[in-house]
Design a protein around this ligand. Sequence first.
Ligand code: ADP
Ligand code: MG
Length: 484
Amino acid sequence: MQWETVIGLEVHVQLATRSKIFSGASTAFGAEPNSQACAVDLGMPGVLPVLNEAAVAMAVQFGLGIHAEIPEVSVFDRKNYFYPDLPKGYQTSQMYHPIVGPGEVEITLDDGSTKAIRVHHAHLEEDAGKSLHEDFHGMTGIDLNRAGTPLLEIVSEPDMRSAKEAAAYLKAIHSIVTYLGISDGNMAEGSMRCDVNVSVRPKGQEAFGTRAEIKNVNSFRFVERAIAFEVERQIELLEDGGEVVQETRLFDPERDETRSMRTKEQANDYRYFPCPDLLPVVLDRAYVDHLRDNLPELPADKRARFQEALGLSAYDAGVLSASRDMAEFFEAVKDVCGDAKLAANWVQGELSGALNREGLPIQDSPVSAQQLGELVARVKDETINGKAAKQVFQALWNGEGESADAVIEAKGLKQVTDTGAIEAMIDQVIADSPAQVAQYRDAEPDKRGKMIGYFVGQVMKASRGTANPQQVNALLKEKLDALC
Ligand code: ADP
Ligand code: MG
């Protein structure tokens, strides 16, 4: 039997407001426990919440960024439940009238193809506090600093069909919110986490299977691993004649498995009702239009522009537009050197390789966009060859020179294109290698092409890497063949 995987994601994005969604308490990360929770966050009697306008603006910007409908009116509801990290006894959320209506997110797959994933809606809500289990023997600590932090919950339709698509969707959301600057997108600090809904069905069947919901997965890699495990578990269960039960599960990254947490609650368990302390949010058109007019260029548009206006491949355009920092760095390099394709190669090749090795984000690159652009310009105008360019890059990376030109000058890396000089080096190498010359002469003509590599290597060495390799190749072939 062939099975098909069906996935829907609920992504929680922490919005980058400075104060909380309904109070003036700070949202800064990493403060002393319980130093940033005020009476409103704790739901003390007699206090009233006041909606933070910045959170509304950010939610609307996201909606506009995914071409969603923005309803004129949205309403906050209370979701009632008891938990130690929720002293109010309810979470203020939006159940029936969310701030962002249906929209669409375009994802890019490894082969460069794209697919549209529908977003059902996105709503605003407040985060709860945190339970701390590690530092307390036989007890649990509660830190309420996070209580009241604004979250945007983005609910997809069940449109994804593989773990790879789910990861690509999460990456797309990450890149949209960081482009917009409405979240720092820091998954390790919990600024973005998601609930993964997974089911399987026999291929060709229309009706969805019963799903399990895996809670609070907080990395791209974990999303893929949790889905892989869950799909296998469900298929095995069904093939053994069992049934999948609708339940909430937890992913354990150490054991690479999901475990049952509780059977799925129903919406009516929460007794949702409109929050009597908060007025409905009414957005006038001018407000929404103003936000729309001030949106930055978003990843999908940038990708299209990189392909159409700059002539990059779908793959290059996808990689270079995935993060705003990367895109801005690339464009700065391109503006300095005047060649998009070369700039793309250097940013994705030498630079990304070095950054990955050192675990550095591109905004902390020791080689600036200006420096790299000048280096690429020297490759383009053939002042240096590819080999020397790598040396220049390494020197700039190590802080051994202010600019590409300074390094080229100091290290004498200027490419030698003077035929006379190259010929002199070739003659010397031929004179020094009688055995290899004899071998070359005795070889079948179709084998000689391969054997020329030895001589090229020697000449490049003699020139300390500065000879023009194409010229060396051509001249060598001429001279060696003349000896045959
Ligand atoms: P609930 O209100 O119980 O959380 P929703 O209908 O709002 O349920 O769906 C929550 C998430 O689960 C959505 O992202 C949706 O796409 C996804 N989902 C719903 N049904 C399935 C299914 N059969 N398989 C996989 N995902 C599903
Ligand atoms: Mg849900």
